[in-house]
Design a binder for this molecule. Sequence first.
Ligand code: UTP
Length: 289
Amino acid sequence: MTKRVRKAVLPVAGLGTRVLPGAKTTPKNLLNVVDRPILSYVVEEARAAGIEHFVFITSRGQGAIEDYFDANPEIEGALEAKGRTAILEDVRRDLGKPGQMSFVRQMAPLGLGHAVWCARDIIGDEPFAVILPDMLMMAKTPALAQCVAAYEKVGGNIIAVEPAPEGETHKYGIVALDGQDGRLNRMVGMVEKPPLGTEPSNLFISGRYILQPDIFPLLENQGKGAGGEIQLTDSMVELMKAQDFHALEYEGTTYDCGDKIGLLRANVAFALARPDLADAARAAITALL
Ligand code: UTP
């Protein structure tokens, strides 16, 4: 019997270099896609997968993330008084329940592996999800829910993957599979940013993981890897020697909001997917072409 996945780690402490200067005073993951912050979408996705506790790994100057998920009596009171109930409901939709969110300071941006390690005490001894919030996933069944369903089927560790655009595998973490049959396949390896021509597949690690807590002691001793950072991938390779990893080619589309064009694409795609905005968005975009 597999333990249920109840907690998710959301590392948001990176510098956001590729979306500066926008990310200078607004944390990258609070930048808007259409009318709400990137984080609003991923928290909604996680809730749909049954996540009950959110652990944000933050850095200095990111207090606005806590404020976003907290009540704001002044704004809510003003909306209530003016009878703006639709906006009020929309604002309240994202609020956390008291005690449902934890915020941990990474103190220095030493890499994704180090960021995840910062959650060790709050996660404790249970499987957990990792969500890279700059990857927005548009999917009929929310991407993390697809991962949890795969986990309930095969246990162990699950990594969401998808085909990298032609010639771009060197930009991502790439998985090696033990044969390919359907969307859920056992993994035999993974490598961070392989030089072109050496990639073991075209499937990149796209930002949703289910991991066992045994990753934490490995992260604790993990040296620096690619880019001089403590890489989650390196510890997952170690853990794979002792535990099963499956790659899930999830059904949906990923929008990488971590760079300028990716953020723009996400804005266009999510506006076009909104029944209340699609027609006006299409007209506005077409008029620019
Ligand atoms: P990225 O490398 O995509 O984000 O890390 P970044 O560092 O913010 O972006 P650039 O390269 O400077 O433009 C993936 C995720 O891991 C988090 C980031 O916040 C992002 O959500 N991260 C990365 C941390 O929390 N801590 C780190 O030390 C590194």
